[in-house]
Write a protein that binds this ligand. Structure first.
Ligand code: CMC
Length: 381
């Protein structure tokens, strides 16, 4: 008799643990980290100040924030071996391969690291800090330039732009990137966070768990969507072509990157905040920026009319991110590593929280293959 098993493909709708880190309300389109709304944090806070409660549970007092910022900035410099990995692999493979390789190599060059005894909070600070430096350095080598040593006097986003471009960034660009990093910092049990937890739940180390998360983020259904959404805007070329292009794609049953979400069946609140930056971008003198902004707005309008209310497919965090990153001159090839850079405190916070009450993650699959076959030697098959 065949047993009756209900399979939730993609674990859709399945709760696997409790968490106090982040609440995503997909019906109302609300998001909060540690109880604070994303709108409040994006408007008033900084990436460092948001990372702190993700890791430690509460907003920092002034002294705590200063210590945390110093800890982050002290860990920014990359070992020469990591710079070499980046230098040798840039333009030979996907930037997410480089990021994943460099992160997994970090423990090789960290004399203080012992995966059995190490302090997960200190490792998290190291990862948050170093992932930003690795991503900026990948971007640097993509431009054919050399490693820029970090500047301890700069904030996290500001230093990222400094290490990418080799010049002090404007306050305006730094603030835009800071906001983008806040918006990407955390998002409950998304695919990459879940995969970090699967690895962590075996009592492996945090670097391995983080590396798993990077591998998962790479996919076009997850972190790579911002890059692909922008590539679509470039392919559309002119806002007047938007309707034709999207209709053709939908007729061919293609997915429009940057739209739709497993949890949000309404406008993603992060996308709404990012969209608000487009008003200023519409006035840009840069033709690339003006053009992709107009295309993004035309595509948004059309997709909402076609699939918004009727199918619950709305813009997600990835749709407007590409034009905004281009506005602050970030190369498209590091968009996904930059997503990982922003998401790093969320991954670390979940790993730490899950391990406080660990249970090996080991779901079941329903076997539907044959049984009772008898092995035949290769000569008689
Ligand atoms: N464009 C066109 N149709 C879509 C899209 C889209 N972007 N997203 C979903 N649909 C359709 C899909 O074809 C399906 O139609 P039908 O029922 O006729 O087969 C229906 O909507 C339900 O789709 P689903 O794949 O069952 O929904 P899901 O909850 O598994 O999908 C998703 C979530 C993000 C994988 C999907 O919306 C998608 O592929 N979006 C494009 C990629 C993207 O933007 N990813 C970034 C997600 S947000 C950031 C992050 O977490 O990384």
């Amino acid at each position: 008799m065949k047993s009756v098993v209900k399979i939730e493909k993609g674990l859709e709708g399945v709760y696997f643990t409790e968490s106090k880190i982040c609440k995503v309300d997909g019906t109302l389109g609300r998001l909060c980290y540690r109880g604070y709304s994303i709108e409040d944090l994006a408007e008033n806070s900084t990436f460092e100040e948001v990372s702190y409660p993700l890791l430690f549970g509460v907003l920092p007092k002034k002294g705590e924030l200063n210590t945390f910022k110093k800890d982050l900035s002290d860990k920014r410099a990359l070992p020469k071996e990591i710079i070499k990995i980046i230098e040798e692999s840039v333009n030979k493979c996907d930037t997410m391969h480089i990021l994943r390789t460099a992160v997994s190599a970090l423990p090789l060059y960290d004399k203080n690291l012992d995966s059995k005894t190490s302090d997960k909070l200190q490792d998290s600070i190291n990862l948050i800090s170093k992932v930003a430096s690795i991503t900026a350095t990948i971007g640097r080598y993509l431009y054919g330039k050399k490693y820029v040593a970090p500047n301890k006097n700069l904030g996290h986003a500001e230093n990222f732009l400094y290490m990418l471009n080799g010049v002090l960034p404007s306050k305006k660009d730094s603030r835009i990137l800071d906001k983008m990093m806040i918006l990407h910092a955390e998002h409950s049990s998304n695919a990459s966070t879940f995969s970090a937890l699967v690895t962590a739940s075996t009592l492996s180390d945090i670097y391995s768990a983080f590396t798993s998360a990077i591998g998962t983020l790479k996919g076009p259904l997850h972190g790579e969507a911002d890059e692909n959404a922008l590539r679509m805007m470039y392919a559309i070329k002119d806002a007047n072509n938007t309707e034709n292009y999207i209709n053709n794609a939908l007729n061919k049953k293609e997915r429009i990157m940057g739209f739709g979400h497993r949890i949000y069946k309404t406008y993603d609140p992060r996308a709404r905040i990012i969209r608000s930056l487009l008003t200023e971008m519409q006035k840009s003198n840069n033709t690339e920026i003006k053009n992709i902004t107009e295309i993004a707005l035309a595509a948004e309008k059309m997709m909402i009319e076609k699939l918004g209310k009727s199918h619950g497919i709305w813009p997600n965090v990835d749709f407007f991110a590409g034009p905004v990153y281009r506005y602050i001159n970030i190369p498209i090839d590091i968009f996904t590593p930059l997503f990982a850079t922003g998401r790093s405190p969320g991954w670390c916070a979940h790993i730490i929280e899950y391990l406080e009450n660990n249970r090996l993650i080991r779901p079941l699959e329903l076997y539907e293959g044959k049984t009772n076959l008898h092995y035949k030697k290769i000569s008689s098959r």
